[in-house]
Design a protein around this ligand. Sequence first.
Ligand code: COI
Length: 321
Amino acid sequence: MKIFTYSYRADEVEFFKTFSKKYEVEIQYCKEAPTPQNAGLAKGFDCISIITTPVDRGLVDLFFSLGVKFISTRTVGYEHIDTARAAELGMGVGNVSYSPNSVADYTIMLILMATRKMRSIMERAHVQDYSLKRVRGIELQKLTVGVIGTGRIGQTVIQHLSGFGTNIIAYDPHPVDFLSEQGIYRTMEEVLEQSNIITLHVPSTEENFHLINKDTISRMKNDVYIINTARGTLIDHEDLISGIENRKIAGAALDVIEEESDLFYQDLKCEIISHRQLAVLKSFPNVIITPHTAFYTDQAVSDMVENSIRSCMEFIKNRIE
Ligand code: COI
């Protein structure tokens, strides 16, 4: 079986080598994301493997006309693919799962960094300001953390957080039994009203679009912290900025922002960037921004590559049978 891989990164090479050998599949690749210009490279391949860059209706049609039968994204989220069009054409689309510790560990780190004012401490230490001015933190043990979304990542965040003695509550429209038994679930309303820290672990869907907005922020506790390692579209960033400016929100740690795809994973040091919300958010001392790196561990990258290959194999095998 043959897979054409887009957005192939140097750090994935060892894993593609190992797993293509293990599963006896042929891999060709290019470093660029799929575009109408380079779609032709996938001609003659059963499957393509991509990451988060958009594969819209036009590209789906193009890949279909080239004989591609399956689009595998080496990511959990798949909102960047026009799945409805793929289904109309009878093409398969698959996402992957990978070690939830990757994102969960990072989320815990961001919670700690935000509540212990780590951005200010590090920036000040860098310029030899070793004073204690306005860097007193708060202890997790005294706080309530609201976890919105209890899929694999949300569950792992809850598991990790339990070691801190924090009061943990959660909302998910589809509760899982073992957490229900622990009495963790509340309504969304209650999570918003009772949490000192809110951490988001839901996918980007129409229902979740701007889940955090003027209205939901107004229902939160004063001095709330907002942590987002899921998707930028979950937060209305204008409303987040207002919430920080009017001191309702004590801090935010964001690994994702809206309209990130032209920025993240690129070295833009010397460029003029037209993303005003990012510029404003970066200017606040109580906001931490990282470039969608929560997933980025050795285990997660290995899982992404292996599971992408496996899902292509599975699809083709089922088609033949
Ligand atoms: C996902 O797997 O959905 C992610 O967010 C990670 C991706 C940016 C590689």
